[in-house]
Design a protein. Structure first.
Length: 562
């Protein structure tokens, strides 16, 4: 499939979308182009965000693709080729910059044109001037601004906005704070100039900024300048950034809505009550089953069986509800979840910085509307693989049901890692065989039903467990103590394969054929083995199967971050 070249010449026929400042460019095969910000590329298409929304374009329709950086590099090359004092060349470069969505750089080239040729009509017209008698006078750029909120702003204000946003068209860069510094320095300059100027010059300056000659006589030059800057600079800037804030908030709310569509409405009264009742019933059944299994007294296995059977009935309802609530979130790959979070971060940063700037300009913004919510953000963060960040969010406090969903995701993360382990050569000893993986799944599902964490498969313990199952079959014995001196105990066998942590062991024989479920049921029928399987102490397991022999080795180490 053909992908676009980055060096193909540009041919422009029709402007499909209004360009935003400093954007990327996609050239279409029909000589049209789309300006926006490239979000992602894959083998089939390119996704670009435009002022009209996101658009996915197949590579088959794309002639070439230019990022902002490549456009800026081409701009530098073109600039280096023209003479510094050739006005028409600068004007042609400005025209090209406008076409490819670099309006800030285009404005700079137009200003260079009028510095070379003050009467250049094309540049004066594009900058918003009209000829009146023998001088050029600035007028409003009705309908010509690249952003609708720039229409009618004074030229100096538009220049300030361009200066602030030239590093980041989303308005989220520290460049916005140049406005504050510029305003402060301009005020200082005006006050000093008015204070030090001779009377005729002072009157001329006052007249130029729209004030009468008596303004300076009031002695409050700072107040005069503050009022002027607030009216002529601060108010238009505030109006512009209020519009930018509304636009940013609107996009952010749209992003939030898309994310929430994949997750349940935890705040619905009816749904919350149902989940709460189910959660409490499950916890009571888990506590009753665990109390029977872990009791110091020897409780009959039939009593334990009844408790776990009661738990299993409730667990089926609870498990189905938890899984249904997570299905939408699990539809995201970790990479997709990470990209969503990054997009939210950029827009939330933009919103916060514009709000701060408006406060500095003396017009605090209105209160922010609904946000994504801590619980949903925490779950999305965990799905993105940002485990430490999600765990910190968890410490800030989540609801009982949201915490249950997060704990389920932790268990699923372990089980996904187990399932992702390749089935290697059994002779290697370390990679689980299908029967061994199946037995670990029975174990982990049972632990999860009892409220205990899933155990990850440890390759060294797998090698240790399989070695013991094979040895029992080969030497014709059944027991935890091996007749081979250096392999006598489970701990000694674990040390021989390189595992150094505490180890415990379960063994069972299912006869002539391997039966993972039969092994699991048999261990549950023995209170000592039963307790070993569900102990909170363990973090990992190795299951070893040979013919009908199954061995479980439990350990305390962990490699999967959860």
């Amino acid at each position: 499939m053909r992908k676009p070249t980055l060096i193909a010449p540009f041919v422009f026929a029709a402007l499909l979308l209004v360009p935003s400042a400093s954007a990327d460019l996609v050239i279409m095969d029909d000589d049209c182009y789309v300006i926006g910000h490239i979000l992602e590329q894959d083998g089939e298409s390119v996704l670009i965000e435009t002022p009209a929304g996101e658009r996915r374009i197949p590579w088959t329709e794309v002639r070439s693709l230019r990022t902002r950086d490549t456009l800026l590099e081409e701009h530098r090359e073109k600039h280096a080729e023209i003479g510094e004092r050739v006005a028409d060349s600068h004007f042609e470069l400005a025209t090209w910059l406008d076409k490819v969505g670099l309006p800030v750089e285009a404005q700079a080239r137009l200003r260079a044109v009028i510095s070379i040729d003050p009467d250049h009509e094309g540049a004066r017209d594009r900058l918003g001037y009209v000829r009146k008698k023998d001088r050029w006078v600035f007028q409003k750029l009705e309908g010509r601004a690249a952003h609708k909120s720039l229409v009618g702003l004074p030229r100096v204000v538009r220049g300030l906005i361009a200066l602030a946003e030239q590093d980041d068209p989303a308005g989220s860069s520290a460049g916005l704070w140049r406005l504050k510094d510029w305003i402060a320095s301009k005020k200082e300059w005006l006050v000093r100039g008015l204070r030090d100027a001779t009377d005729p010059d002072r009157d001329m300056v006052l007249a130029e900024i729209g004030l009468g000659p008596d303004a300076a006589d009031r002695g409050d030059l700072q107040g005069v300048v503050d009022n002027y800057m607030a009216d002529r600079i601060g108010a238009p800037l505030s109006e512009h950034f209020q519009m930018r804030l509304q636009d940013t908030r609107s996009k952010l709310m749209s992003n939030y809505k898309k994310v929430r569509a994949f997750l349940p409405n935890f705040r619905s009264r009816r749904g919350s009550k149902e989940r709460g009742r189910l959660l409490r019933a499950t916890h009571r059944a888990q506590e009753a089953a665990l109390a029977a299994i872990e009791s110091e007294k020897m409780i009959k296995t039939s009593v334990i069986g009844e408790r776990t059977k009661e738990l299993n009935k409730i667990w089926k309802l609870y498990d189905a509800k938890v899984q249904a609530d997570l299905d939408g979130l699990l539809a995201f790959t970790p990479d997709t979840a990470d990209k969503i979070l990054e997009r939210l971060r950029v827009r939330e940063d933009a919103q916060a910085e514009i709000e701060s700037l408006l406060s500095e300009l003396g017009t605090p913004p209105e209160e922010v509307g609904p946000t994504l919510g801590k619980a949903i953000r925490c779950l999305l963060t965990y799905r993105a693989g940002r485990i430490d960040e999600a765990n910190e969010m968890m410490k800030e406090g989540l609801g009982e049901w949201e915490l249950a969903l997060l704990l389920r995701m932790k268990n699923l993360r372990v089980m996904e890692a187990n399932n992702a382990m390749p089935f290697g050569d059994p002779k290697s000893g370390k990679a689980p065989k299908p029967e061994e993986l199946e037995q670990s799944i029975f174990l982990n599902r049972y632990r999860m039903m009892l409220g205990r964490g899933a155990l990850e498969i440890d390759p060294l313990l797998t090698e240790c467990a399989r070695g013991h199952s094979e040895e029992m079959f080969r030497l014709g014995y059944f027991g935890h103590d091996s007749p081979v001196p250096e392999r006598k105990t489970p701990s000694m066998r674990a040390r021989l394969v390189g595992y150094k942590g505490p180890v415990s062991e379960n063994i069972v024989s299912t006869g002539r054929f391997p039966a993972a479920k039969t092994a699991h049921i048999a261990w549950k029928g023995s209170i000592r083995h039963h307790r070993n399987m569900i102990s909170k102490m363990w973090r990992c397991v190795g299951v070893g199967q040979h013919v009908g022999n199954f061995t479980q080795n439990f350990g305390t180490t962990s490699q999967v971050k959860r």
